[in-house]
Design a protein around this ligand. Structure first.
Ligand code: DGL
Length: 283
C-alpha cells in the first residue's frame, strides 16, 4: 500500500491559489502542497510542447514530494498538457497516481450557467487556441453556443497588481466588448483562467450586471469532492492533517508577498529547484 501524501495543486504562477482557496474551503481536512512555477510564468503564450514539458516537470516534482493526486489548477496546462500526461506519461511513470485538470469540472456545469444558451469563455491565448472549452462543453451540452476571446494582457495586469486601476479598464473592456460582438446573446461567461477571479467584480461593473461571470474554484472543489467520494482508493492516498505548504520555482519571499492577493491569507513558501528533483518511476 502506498503512503498517503498531500494533494498537489499546480499552477504556472499565483492564479491556482484561487482554486486552492476553494479546495481548502470545501475540503479542509486534506493536506495540500501548492507549486507555482513562477520562474517560468506565463504559460499562456507558450507552445504546446513547452507547456507540456514544464507541466510534466512540475507534476513529477509534486510526485517526488509524495503527492499521489495532483490537480492542474491552470487552464493552460489543463488544455495543453493534461491529456498527454494522463494517457502517455502516467501509465509509464506512476500508474496508480492521478492528475486531474480544471476544464472538465467547469464544463460539466456549463449548461446550468446560462439561460440564453449562449455562453462566453475568456482565457489565455493558449487555452483559447486549444479549443478545449468548446470541445468539452459540446460533449455535455451540444445545444449551447460557445464563443471565446483570448485576453493576453490580463494575466500580466493581475501579476503586477495593476488589475483594478484605470489602465486595466481599457483592456478589460476591450476583450469583453470583443466577446460580446461575437455573440450579443451571451448571458454567462466562464472565467477560464485562474487569474481572472481577481477581475470578477470589475467585469461585473463593466457589464452593468447583465452578465454572470463564473469563477471556477468552487466548481472544481465540488467536483473533486464527488471524485474522492466515487474513488475511495484515491481518497485513501490523500493525507488528512489539514496542512497547507507552498513551493515556488522563483523567490520564496516574493511569492509570500504576492500570494496574499490570490489566497487571501499569509503563506510561508519554500523555493524548489526543479533541476535538482529526480522522480524515479513507481514500480
Ligand atoms: N493560470 C493560468 C491559467 O489558468 C494562466 C497564467 C499563465 O499564462 O501562465 O490559464
Amino acid at each position: 500500500m502506498k503512503k498517503a501524501g498531500p494533494i498537489g495543486v499546480f499552477d504556472s504562477g499565483y492564479g491556482g491559489l484561487t482554486v486552492l482557496k476553494a479546495l481548502t474551503t470545501q475540503l479542509p481536512a486534506y493536506d495540500y502542497l501548492y507549486l507555482g512555477d513562477n520562474a517560468r510564468v506565463p504559460y499562456g503564450t507558450r507552445s504546446f510542447e513547452t507547456v507540456y514539458q514544464y507541466t510534466l516537470e512540475c507534476v513529477e516534482a509534486l510526485f517526488a514530494q509524495g503527492c499521489q493526486l495532483v490537480i492542474l489548477a491552470c487552464n493552460t496546462a489543463s488544455a495543453k498538457a493534461l491529456r498527454s500526461i494522463q494517457q502517455n506519461d502516467l501509465p509509464k511513470i506512476a500508474p496508480q497516481r492521478r492528475v486531474l485538470g480544471v476544464i472538465r469540472p467547469t464544463t460539466e456545469e456549463a449548461g446550468l450557467l446560462t439561460k440564453s444558451g449562449h455562453l462566453g469563455v475568456l482565457g489565455t491565448s493558449g487555452t483559447v487556441l486549444s479549443n478545449s472549452y468548446p470541445i468539452e462543453i459540446a460533449k455535455f451540452y451540444p445545444e449551447l453556443t460557445v464563443s471565446q476571446e483570448a485576453c493576453p494582457m490580463w494575466v500580466p495586469l493581475v501579476e503586477n497588481n495593476e488589475h483594478l486601476g484605470p489602465g486595466a479598464d481599457y483592456f478589460l473592456a476591450k476583450h469583453l466588448e470583443a466577446l460580446l460582438q461575437k455573440d450579443p446573446a451571451i448571458d454567462a461567461v466562464i472565467l477560464g483562467c485562474t487569474h481572472y477571479p481577481l477581475l470578477q467584480s470589475r467585469l461585473e461593473e463593466l457589464s452593468k450586471g447583465k452578465i454572470k461571470f463564473i469563477a471556477q474554484g468552487a466548481l472544481v472543489a465540488k467536483k473533486l469532492e464527488l471524485y474522492l467520494r466515487r474513488h475511495p482508493e484515491i481518497a485513501a492516498l490523500c493525507s488528512k492533517s489539514g496542512s497547507r505548504s507552498f513551493l515556488t520555482t522563483d523567490d520564496a519571499r516574493i511569492f509570500e508577498e504576492k500570494a496574499r492577493l490570490f489566497y487571501g491569507e499569509t503563506v510561508v513558501a519554500r523555493h524548489i529547484d526543479l533541476s535538482s528533483i529526480s522522480f524515479s518511476p513507481d514500480a
